[in-house]
Write a protein that binds this ligand. Structure first.
Ligand SMILES: NC(=O)C1=CN([C@@H]2O[C@H](COP(=O)(O)OP(=O)(O)OC[C@H]3O[C@@H](n4cnc5c(N)ncnc54)[C@H](OP(=O)(O)O)[C@@H]3O)[C@@H](O)[C@H]2O)C=CC1
Ligand SMILES: N[C@@H](CCO)C(=O)O
Length: 445
């Protein structure tokens, strides 16, 4: 590192992965090279990109000699200063990242799944090697949320960070809302537009946004929260009943990441679930593939960032901003004043933080039940709800023609996760309830 800092006029970059993001980075680094180079005061040289299939047709054309199917040829090349890990996944990506860091290279990544699972190990490897790991593109695509949190809003303690962190699910929910179509209908379109990840569960079951929430929670609160410690629910179960009832209530349904901390009890809650949110909140107008992140700090108040959360160009913009920071580092400009490798800073931030138990996670709720349309059913349902201590705020019944069934839609007053999960269990046991009850939170920031 020391040697590089003194004399580098040319910074050499290697890419691991030349798919959606990798090609975007290559395209924009080449397209903007002179302007960016003038700003950075160095020449940027794209040395090589690793792919798995050399024969695949690429949208961005590069000479065959610049592609390799051996990712170690990038990581082990002593002339490469910055390695961009854009392969994805957590196995090979972890091995290559650790190897590149050990060799003293700066690593730039968009890989939220990897950071969520192995962030602690990776930051510590970077620290040991005296190098740095940058990951702006891992959360909310083109929105500079990592820098905002770490630097721009450093004066703050965050009682609430919440937002829409998955573009694909937001696209699906937006179209369901606007066009009245079902989840499976829109899903087919989202697939054909190439929005849905190869592992669809990442987008549809909330895991991708949960990975991003874990990263934001660590940056804001210094605590690595495990996925199994979180409430994670996706959007598959949402129907037009839910969308229409949300609309009647003046709300939209959004897949929200919620990171809240009560500084009086030091309890932290990190969760990811679809929720009704009032249309009066700016977040409710973040539609289509856009992401939005709202941060409430004790000094700044509430700040909302909105932008493209996914896709080639937006994600490349974030990767290139990390490359620029890496160049500054190689030129001898110190690393960001708070950086994730600084174990002590983050340990202090996370000291004594407890994860909130289900009683501490409070909300109003929306509940949909499909029941037998028979005398006494409504009374039995409301009896269970009240016995469990849940207080009903509104109720609507839809009869299903000719089927002898009805759908009951309830909203409740404020309660908590413990009460509501006991209520769901009791309702499921009722013979007159025909399907697993469907629940959404009503989020009120
Ligand atoms: N797409 C997006 O909008 C966003 C993506 N990200 C993250 O960015 C990363 C990259 O995503 P994306 O570009 O969409 O993924 P792609 O699937 O489009 O690209 C992955 C690339 O990695 C290459 N690759 C896979 N396995 C190997 C291997 N064993 N050896 C060498 N190369 C390999 C593939 O090669 P080949 O082309 O030959 O198949 C491909 O070029 C992921 O971590 C993702 O989560 C983050 C934000 C947004
Ligand atoms: N699948 C992710 C990609 C960006 O991280 C999304 O839809 O937001």
């Amino acid at each position: 590192m020391e040697q590089k800092k003194q004399s580098k006029q040319v910074i050499r970059i290697g890419l691991l992965g030349f798919g959606t993001v990798g090609q975007g980075v290559w395209k924009h680094l080449q397209g903007n090279d002179s302007a960016l180079e003038r700003r950075l005061g160095v020449k940027l040289e794209l040395v090589r990109a690793a792919v798995s299939d050399l024969k695949k047709k690429r949208e961005v054309r590069v000479p065959a000699s610049r592609l390799t199917d051996d990712p170690y040829a990038v990581v082990d090349d002593p002339s490469i200063d910055i390695v961009c890990e854009l392969i994805g996944g957590t196995k090979l990506a972890r091995t290559l990242t650790l190897r590149a860091l050990k060799a003293g290279k700066i690593v730039v990544s968009a890989n939220k799944a990897l950071i969520c699972k192995h962030g602690e190990e990776i930051f510590s490897a970077a620290r040991r090697a005296g190098t740095h790991y940058f990951f702006e593109a891992s959360v909310a695509g083109g929105i500079p949320i990592i820098k905002t949190l770490r630097e721009g809003l450093v004066a703050n303690r965050f009682s609430l960070i919440y937002g829409i962190l998955n573009g694909t699910s937001n696209y699906i929910l937006t179209r369901m809302e606007r066009e009245g179509l079902s989840f499976p209908d829109i899903l087919d379109d989202a697939r054909s537009l190439g929005y849905v990840e190869a592992d669809e569960s990442l987008d549809l079951d909330g895991w991708d946004a949960a990975h991003k929430a874990v990263i934001l929670a660590y940056l804001a609160h210094g605590r690595w929260v495990k996925l199994k410690e979180m409430l994670v629910e996706g959007i598959r179960g949402i129907t037009q009943y839910d969308i229409a009832y949300a609309r009647e209530l003046g709300c939209k349904i959004k897949l929200l990441a919620v990171i809240s901390r009560d500084f009086s009890t030091n309890c932290l809650s990190v969760r990811l679930h679809p929720a009704l949110i009032s249309k009066r909140e700016l977040m409710a107008s973040v539609d289509e593939v856009y992401n939005g992140v709202s941060l409430t700090g004790d000094v700044v108040g509430t700040t909302l960032l909105v932008g493209r959360g996914a896709g080639q160009d937006a994600t490349s913009s974030a990767v290139i901003s990390d490359i620029a920071d890496a160049v500054y580092l190689l030129k001898g400009v110190p690393a960001p004043f708070i950086c994730e490798e600084d174990e002590d800073v983050y340990a202090a931030l996370g000291a004594e933080v407890e994860l909130a138990g289900p009683e501490a996670i409070r909300s109003a709720y929306y509940l949909r039940l499909r029941v037998k349309d028979q005398p006494g059913v409504l009374a039995r349902v409301t009896d269970v709800i009240s016995r469990e201590g849940l207080s009903i705020a509104t109720m609507t019944q839809h009869q299903e023609a000719g089927e002898g069934t009805a759908t009951l839609l309830f909203t409740t007053h404020q309660s908590n996760e413990k009460v509501v999960s006991a209520t769901l269990k009791s309702l499921k046991r009722l013979g007159s309830v025909l399907e697993t009850p469907f629940l959404l939170r009503i989020f009120n920031p």
